[in-house]
Ligand binder design. Sequence first.
Ligand code: ADP
Ligand code: MG
Length: 248
Amino acid sequence: MRGIQVSDTTPRLEIRNLMRQFDGRMVVNDVSLTVMPGQVTCLLGPSGCGKSTTLRMIAGVDMQDSGEIYVDGSLVCDTVFRIPPERRSVGLMFQDFALFPHLSVAENVAFGLSGSKEEKRARVEELLSRVNLLRFIDEYPHNLSGGEQQRVALARALAPRPRIMLMDEPFSGLDNRLRDEIRDSTLEVLKSEGSAVLLVTHEPEEAMRMADEIALMRDGKIVQQGAPYNIYNSPVDLNAAQFFSDVN
Ligand code: ADP
Ligand code: MG
């Protein structure tokens, strides 16, 4: 994909008509969405509606039955053509964000980087100062709090400058007290890196707090898509209204 001219109007990620069945049951049913540069798009919906399956197909660790996936306007996967996960320029962050325990913070962040030692070190320092953890550069993960480990994981995922970041419920393992603060600081880092993000969550509050655009998913389908406050103020049906009713 590198070398191709990509403009700001080219979506970082576009998926078209994605379908996936398991055992004859349609789990992802004709899902289409785009993520523009610098934007956080939230795939929001109740547990079991097909969010993680959608993300896994984008990451390339699962394969759709039909539909296409594009990164920077280039096809990465359809039913006959498939670029492997490690060449999709996709960053991943999951709830279980485990750092490598035997590697230092610096080594964790440098893990996916190529280039000279000096280049890698410069990128590691840049990112660790962005997440405000430069002082822990030579520490090991077990000496860090859960929230600090989360920030190292964010730095690690961003280090190779992925074209699109995929985040699957990355905050759900954190306790309530920390969560809002970490959501805000994560968003700040993502914005300062200019990342395009597809964030999966089942929590309307998280989507309202973080998203530029929400795609509301139910039973494998996107039922409504738009700016957070439009969706909150004009839910498509009673079910959507109830889903949002706890947010204040
Ligand atoms: P979400 O992330 O929205 O909670 P998932 O995408 O994980 O939902 O799952 C959607 C549905 O697909 C669930 O009913 C789940 O049990 C089913 N499912 C997911 N992966 C598989 C699989 N590998 N085999 C069979 N069923 C699966
Ligand atoms: Mg899931």
